[in-house]
Design a protein around this ligand. Structure first.
Ligand SMILES: [Fe+2]
Length: 282
């Protein structure tokens, strides 16, 4: 098994590993260590069924069920479907989800530690996923900006994001009630490596607590733009059978467009259970 860097400072590809076969304890240790230290883990050519995807994901952490229950698979509700495919005229998965820069479930009090996405049907062009390293984004800020934002908190709102992104298919009252706005530190500490990470997101972060609406909007615009500067970003071009696992505590990601009139896309995602972000100043 080989571990190949994908980007300077974060992201690795694991080669020479057959997840459908027997994986040694030593290889599992190396895989989980890479996941926790490198933010993004890519394994290509995985012919895993749903149970295999779930079993691999559980090696990385406990799983949680997505709030959008209409897009979960049967009999494996741990798997949340992203797709433009229809079955009997109804979408089988969420479509155009995650086109904003974000980390998964940041709108929860205990955001998902990570996610594991399996490419089942991948368009030959478009539909890349971009990842940005939030350790590098934090470390590249100037001293004055770091000092200013270190104690600040931001309000994350799923309903606010969803209403803007999908005005034609609003959340149910139950889904809305399950996702009230939450407050998180603007800078968080990764419990695994102790490094600080910028904790922002487009659309889902509504405002910075304690600032005027104008100052909050200007600060968020600046930080969101800085966080995804080209030097912090890895672009994943999907091939069928890819597994991509990421750590939401030190990365953000963004889905990109594809021609959904020409191609079918089918992605399965599992979500690693959450933990409360650790404030930088804790
Ligand atoms: Fe996402």
């Amino acid at each position: 098994m080989q571990i190949i860097p994908l980007h300077p400072g974060f992201g690795v590809e694991i080669r020479g590993l057959d997840l459908a076969g027997t994986v040694s304890d030593a290889d599992w240790s190396a895989i989980t260590a890479a996941f926790h230290s490198k933010g993004v883990l890519v394994i290509r050519g995985c012919s895993l069924d749903e149970a295999g995807h779930i079993a691999f994901s559980r090696r990385l952490g406990e799983l949680q069920i997505h709030v959008l229950t209409q897009f979960l698979t049967t009999p494996h509700p741990e798997i949340y479907v992203l797709s433009n495919a229809l079955r009997e005229g109804k979408p089988i998965g969420n479509h155009k989800e995650g086109m904003n820069w974000h980390s998964d479930w940041s709108y929860r009090a205990e955001p998902a530690v990570g996610s594991v996405l399996h490419g089942r049907i991948c368009p030959p062009e478009g539909a890349d996923t971009l990842f940005a390293c939030m350790h590098q984004a934090w470390e590249a800020l100037d001293d004055a900006t770091q000092a200013r934002i270190l104690p600040l908190q931001a309000i994350h709102s799923y309903a606010g994001y969803y209403d803007r992104a999908f005005p034609d298919r609003p959340l149910t009252a139950e889904q809305r009630a399950a996702t009230p706005d939450v407050t998180h530190p603007l800078v968080r500490r990764h419990p695994g490596n102790g490094r600080l990470a910028l904790y922002v997101g487009r659309e889902v972060v509504k405002e910075i607590a304690g600032l005027s609406p104008e100052d909050s909007a200007a600060m968020l615009d600046m930080l969101n733009a800085h966080a995804v500067s080209e030097q912090f970003v890895y672009r994943h071009r999907w091939q069928e059978g890819d597994i991509v696992a990421w750590d939401n505590r030190n990365t953000m990601h963004q889905a990109t467009e594809y021609d959904d009139t020409k191609y079918i896309r089918l992605m399965h995602r599992t979500t690693l259970a959450g933990e409360r972000p650790i404030p930088a100043l804790a």
